[in-house]
Design a protein around this ligand. Structure first.
Ligand code: SAH
Length: 217
C-alpha cells in the first residue's frame, strides 16, 4: 500500500516518543517501534494530522477506540517480545497494537469480535504487508488450534482472567491483561508458572473499552 507518511507525521512521532519517555517508558526497542509505525494509518483519514500522535485513545468506529500510545508501549514492554515470539492478541481494533507487535518481530494471531472492525483491519494489516493472522471470534475462547502461545495480550477491559486463555499459554509464558469492569482496569501481568499455577503482578490503573461476551456469530 502506498502510504502517505509526511515530514509532519514523522516529526509528530518523534515528539510522541519523547512524551512516552517522559512518562516513564524506558524500553528502547518499544520506543523505536513507536517512532517507526505510522499510527495515522490506523485512524480515519479526517483525523490524521490532528490527533494521531497525541498520547490519547481515540474512537475508531463501532463504539471502539484505538489504545493510547502510552498504553500500547506499556503493554508491549511488559510482554517482553523478541524475534519469533508467538503472540495472541485479543481485540484487534484498529490494528495499531498488532502492527507494533509485528514490528517487534512477533508472530501475531489476533481476534476481534466486531465484524466491521475485523473486516476493515484484516485488509489494512494485509495491505501493510504484516503477516499477522486475523480472526473474527470471541477472545474469551481464544484460538486453540494455534496454541500454545508464548505471550497473550488483552487490549480490552476483562471482567476476570479467561480460563481458556490461561490454558492456551505456554508454561513460562506471559499474559498482559487489564482486569476490571467499568472505566478503570488494573494492568496485570500473569506468568504461567506450571500446568495449574500462575503468578500475578499488578501495575496500576488504565482505562479500556470492555471485553464483551455472548455475541452471536
Ligand atoms: N488493540 C486495539 C485496541 C482496540 S479497543 C488497537 O490498538 O486499536 C479493544 C477491542 O477489543 C475493540 O475493537 C473490541 O471490539 C474488542 N473486543 C472486545 N471484547 C472482545 C472479545 N470478547 N473478543 C475479541 N475482541 C473483543
Amino acid at each position: 500500500m502506498n502510504i502517505e507518511d509526511t515530514f509532519l507525521h514523522q516529526g509528530q512521532r518523534k515528539k510522541l516518543v519523547l512524551t512516552l519517555r517522559e512518562k516513564g517508558i524506558e524500553n528502547e526497542e518499544v520506543l523505536e517501534v513507536i517512532g517507526k509505525v505510522p499510527r495515522h494509518i490506523y485512524f480515519d483519514k479526517v483525523f490524521h494530522n490532528k490527533f494521531a500522535y497525541e498520547d490519547v485513545a481515540f474512537p475508531i468506529g463501532a463504539g471502539q477506540t484505538i489504545s493510547q500510545p502510552y498504553t500500547v508501549a506499556f503493554q508491549t514492554d511488559l510482554l517482553q517480545i523478541s524475534k519469533g515470539t508467538k503472540v495472541l492478541e485479543i481485540g484487534t481494533g484498529s490494528g495499531y497494537q498488532t502492527a507494533v507487535l509485528c514490528e517487534m518481530g512477533a508472530k501475531v494471531y489476533t481476534i476481534e469480535r466486531q465484524r466491521e472492525l475485523f473486516v476493515k483491519t484484516k485488509r489494512l494489516l494485509h495491505d501493510m504487508n504484516y503477516r499477522a493472522q486475523a480472526f473474527f471470534g470471541d477472545g474469551f475462547i481464544g484460538k486453540d488450534v494455534f496454541a500454545p502461545y508464548d505471550r497473550i495480550i488483552i487490549t480490552c477491559g476483562a471482567p476476570h482472567i479467561p480460563e481458556e486463555l490461561v490454558k492456551q499459554l505456554k508454561i513460562g509464558g506471559r499474559m498482559v491483561i487489564p482486569l476490571g469492569e467499568g472505566n478503570k482496569q488494573i494492568m496485570t501481568l500473569i506468568v504461567k508458572t506450571g500446568e495449574n499455577t500462575i503468578e500475578k503482578t499488578e501495575f496500576g490503573e488504565f482505562s479500556f473499552v470492555p471485553m464483551l461476551m455472548n455475541k452471536q456469530y
